[in-house]
Design a protein around this ligand. Structure first.
Ligand code: CUA
Length: 347
């Protein structure tokens, strides 16, 4: 379908993928109370069903071996057939019912444990509220309040949250919505999967003491680039998180050296979709670029945010993420360079 450029693209993406996978996505390495509850349930369920499997297979293989045909047995004919044994019928109805009932009970307990109890934001609550909007194929984060303070910025793809510590719990509540189709928010080390459904709001809570990067992935097929709808959650110590909030709240950096690039950006149709706070670009269809350079990755976690990748992304996004809704614009080299140089000043 696509030209020979594909091989190069493919190998480059593979190395990015391996790089990202080097960081843990495993449910067996929980970093939050919710993820631990889910892991405990998974292990218990696996143990119960594993035991049933062993018993059933054991009896099956024993019967095959024990009652195999012996020499001369054919002439005797079939052994006596047994129908309708009441004790056996009762036993093999009651036992599975009890096992299923037990699994229902432990599952309900876990659901109860991980169920977010959405509080009302108030001063001193140390709680972060963010609205997450799933788009084909990226995540929009609208920061609402922290510690009762109103926040008013929007960012994309990389969610920054504060860490809890021994003394203070700093939970994050996510209101999950969708702008188009169903998506699912899944950061295995922090929480279970919760769907983002058009016209409906779900709630997910995250809380962890482990600072650093936690990876996730859209977990509901949502179109061609579903696999490349990656989630990055960056957990900061409280002071560092405050500094991040402060910097994100600022309007875009003004650098007179890239005035021409800014004008080129604002003159193009970029502004129909993208917003840069403090400029006339107020599009809401695509990621807010106000602090673009703070992000470590581009294209929803697919590639590192390096000058070369940013340049290629702006020139020809389809070569990196085929089917994504950002078109390639027919600008000349000079204009591309001006725009990319401008974007690189958005710290
Ligand atoms: Cu979004 Cu899959």
């Amino acid at each position: 379908m696509r030209g020979c450029g594909m091989d190069f693209e493919g190998s480059r993406m593979l190395s990015t993928g391996q790089l990202l996978l080097a960081e843990s996505l495993s449910i067996f390495d929980p970093a939050s109370p919710d993820a631990s509850s889910i892991l405990n349930l998974a292990i218990l369920t696996l143990a119960v069903t594993g035991l049933i499997f062993l018993v059933v297979e054991g009896v099956l293989f024993y019967s095959i071996w024990r009652f195999r045909e012996k020499p001369g047995e054919k002439a005797v004919g079939e052994p006596p057939q047994v129908y309708g044994s009441m004790p056996i019928e009762v036993a093999w109805t009651a036992a599975p019912t009890m096992i299923v009932f037990f699994l229902v009970l432990v599952t309900t307990r876990t659901l109860w444990e991980v169920k977010p109890n959405l509080p009302v934001a108030k001063t001193g609550d140390n709680t972060l509220f963010v609205t997450v909007i799933g788009h084909q194929w990226w995540w929009e984060y609208v920061y609402e309040t922290f510690d009762g303070r109103k926040l008013s910025f929007v960012t994309a793809n990389e969610l920054h949250i504060p860490a809890s510590d021994e003394k203070v719990s700093r939970p994050t509540f996510l209101n999950l919505k969708s702008a188009d189709v169903c998506h699912s928010y899944w950061v295995p080390r922090l929480a279970g999967k919760v769907d983002l459904i058009p016209g409906h709001t779900n709630v997910l809570s995250l809380e962890t003491k482990e600072t650093g990067l936690h990876l996730g992935q859209c977990a509901e097929y949502c179109g061609a680039q579903h696999a490349n709808m990656l989630i990055r959650v960056i957990v900061h110590p409280p002071e560092e998180f405050e500094r991040w909030l402060e910097s994100e709240s600022q309007p875009a950096n003004e650098d007179p050296a890239v005035r021409e690039g800014k004008e080129a950006f604002l003159a193009e149709s970029c502004v129909n979709c993208h917003a840069i706070r403090g400029t006339s670009a107020v599009g809401t269809y695509a990621p807010d670029l106000t602090h673009l350079m703070v992000r470590e990755t581009l294209a929803a976690g697919m590639i590192k945010n390096t000058p070369e990748n940013l340049d290629q992304w702006v020139r020809d996004p389809q070569s990196i993420k085929p089917g994504c809704l950002m078109p390639a614009f027919g600008l000349d080299d000079r204009q591309f360079k001006l725009i990319v140089d401008y974007l690189q000043t958005l710290h």
